[in-house]
Write a protein that binds this ligand. Sequence first.
Ligand code: CU
Length: 135
Amino acid sequence: MFLATGAAAPLPAQGLELSGQWFRLIMPSLPAAGYFTLSNASSMARTLVGAQSPACGMLMLHRSVSNNGEERMVMVPRITVPAHGNVQFAPGGYHLMCLSPRPAMSPGQSVPVTLRFADGAILTALFPVRNATGK
Ligand SMILES: [Cu+2]
């Protein structure tokens, strides 16, 4: 059991790990989508509550949902990663949505993303940027 000590320093994201991360940039004038797998090796469920990147005007948690064959995206305020489990961010499901991509969001480059968790933990990783065909 963790007790808050009053210090505002972020907790290390112990047990949390990102893998397979990348952004898909279709056109610089369109939002870019971020995909990855988020694993939780700890014995407590962990809840993702936000994301940010200097390469994006705004970075949001999104989910694609299909309604009678029609696909649309909704904002997601929080995503829980079960203990000893993982959550996939992949086309057709959860993804990061980078609004107003900045010039750093360019195929062949990598951009940093910071994920924020409900318990105060933060996790930062570099996301390679690929083009519409995934290259
Ligand atoms: Cu989206």
